[in-house]
Design a protein around this ligand. Structure first.
Ligand code: ADP
Length: 485
């Protein structure tokens, strides 16, 4: 088996609507490219708005029956899907690596992480509670009933083709919602393979529908204009998130928005600097820096900045770029040429602003969308690279002198998703964790993502939480019943 073999049962990599693989109504298709060399991997159906409406019709028609299934049954389907993904983990990893570019080791990590949402929510399906209480004034009783919100639209990005889907699909299935998934046009293949797995795990036809398309804007505006769609969960850029929130106004769909980040990675003078470098490698280089949780701004106390920079530069400089599927590759290609160009411009601007290049600083020669892992020291706080999401393997270091300055710098961003802090001082740990305006704080760790934890942001990073006990709440409405006695 290879990754592409996972697609053998998907028709000709068609749309998955009402439990059937089929071509788009227009018969149009679009190509999927290998980001390492732009060669064509394969093509998929290019759905239009009539296909999207067919998917919504399918989701709506089975919503009531699906909501009425036993929670245990929904949980068992998710559990079987989890096991099937893990059984085929190497194939899923290869498929993810092929279409997105990340190394096989990174892709294997995503499979474990992505599958875990299926397992976590298989366990949550049977733990949906209402409550029962006596009214404060006595007499009546208050009862709450939890119900699935109804048909959902999920729009996912290209950086985690499996996990960004499962962390929406898992809780929606557990809660009893039906759904339409529109994967990123750059990486649609993994979602097709997942749909096949969910089907074989026993998910009834129509509960999960997949529409691959090049017409995202038309698809979202058509579906969201329909009052039968009750919820949208989006992971992607802040500008698109804002468009979707505006679009939701007329039908008042419930929204979950997991948007951009600009994560600070703060190293205080009392930190274990070697541990901080280990953490920085994870926080920066997971997914080649193409993650909304990626450390974007390294804020390091002036007394340890040179030591931290030299150690990080040595580690980053030793990484090998190459095709994700090749043995010995540490860093795969970026997603496309635009990404390489925009990162190159951010680095050039930082150098113009006086930054010192400790390693990297350019794109390697040759074909493919590669950028060499780069560490920059002495980056001014206001440099463009500190204000924009880099989404690549570049670590800019800015120094600070006081705790207050570090906190102010860390919070000086419109975003509020992930943040990281290295210190060994307990009082400082508490003070900083409370002062940071971010949805997530990693204390002496470079890895935050955990299916059992509530993932999400504040400010321009969006709202809503994925994973944890909170994740299923996004898919449940509450009905309160007054019971006078
Ligand atoms: P990224 O920078 O990760 O590509 P985008 O926000 O552009 O972020 O894309 C994330 C997802 O949103 C992709 O699936 C893309 O196709 C989709 N998308 C982009 N624009 C729209 C839109 N107007 N309506 C719905 N989906 C969109």
């Amino acid at each position: 088996m290879t990754g592409l073999d996972l697609l053998a049962k998907t028709g000709s990599r068609g749309l998955f609507i009402a439990g059937q693989w089929r071509e788009s109504n227009t018969g149009a298709r679009f190509q999927v490219h290998d980001p390492a060399d732009e060669s064509v991997i394969t093509d998929v159906a290019d759905g239009d708005t009539s296909d999207a409406m067919a998917a919504l019709d399918a989701a709506v028609s089975v919503q009531a029956d699906w909501a009425a299934t036993a929670p245990r049954e929904r949980g068992e389907i998710l559990r079987r899907a989890f096991e099937a993904v893990i059984d085929q983990a190497d194939d899923f990893a290869e498929l993810i690596s092929l279409e997105m570019g990340k190394t096989l080791a990174e892709a294997r990590g995503e499979v474990t992480y992505g599958a875990e949402f299926l397992r976590w929510f298989s366990e949550e399906a049977v733990r949906i509670h209402g409550r029962w209480m006596q009214a404060p004034a006595g007499g009546s009783r208050l009862l709450t009933i939890r119900k699935p919100v109804g048909p959902c639209l999920f729009i996912t990005p290209w950086n985690f083709p499996l996990a960004m889907g499962t962390r929406k699909i898992g809780p929606a299935v557990a809660a009893g919602c039906t759904m339409i998934v529109k994967p990123a046009e750059l990486t649609p293949l993994t979602m097709l393979a997942l749909a096949q797995v969910m089907d074989e795990a026993g998910l009834p036809a129509g509960v999960l529908n997949i529409v691959t398309t090049h017409h995202s804007k038309e698809l979202s505006s058509t579906l969201m204009a329909d009052e039968r769609l009750r919820k949208v969960s989006f992971t992607g850029s802040t500008p698109v998130g804002k468009v979707l929130v505006r679009q939701s106004a007329d039908q008042l769909q419930r929204m979950s928005m997991e948007l951009g980040g600009n994560a600070p990675f703060v190293v205080f003078e009392d930190a274990d600097v070697e541990a901080a470098v280990d953490g920085a490698m994870v926080a920066k280089m997971r997914n080649m820096g193409e993650a909304c949780t990626a450390a974007n701004r390294f804020l390091v106390h002036e007394s340890v900045a040179r030591q931290f920079g030299d150690l990080l530069g040595a580690r980053m400089g030793a990484l090998r770029t190459g095709r994700g599927q090749e043995a010995g590759t540490d860093v795969g290609p970026l997603i496309n040429d635009d990404a390489v160009q925009s990162i190159g411009q951010l680095v050039a601007d930082a150098v113009d602003d006086g930054a010192e290049v400790l390693c990297g600083g350019s794109a390697p020669d040759g074909p493919g969308h590669f950028y060499s892992p780069t560490v920059l020291l002495g980056v001014p706080a206001q440099a463009r690279i500190n204000r924009e999401e880099i989404f690549g393997p570049v670590a800019p270091i800015t120094t600070f002198t006081t705790d207050e300055e570090a906190i102010a710098l860390a919070n000086d961003t419109e975003y509020g998703l992930a943040s990281y802090v290295y210190t060994r001082d307990l009082a400082r740990t508490i003070k900083v964790a409370e002062a940071l305006e971010f949805g997530m704080v990693g204390m002496n760790t470079g890895l935050l993502s955990n299916p059992a934890a509530p993932f999400g942001g504040v400010k321009a990073s969006g709202f809503g939480r994925e994973g944890g006990f909170e994740g299923i709440e996004e898919y449940l409405d509450t009905t309160y019943v007054a019971l006078p006695v």
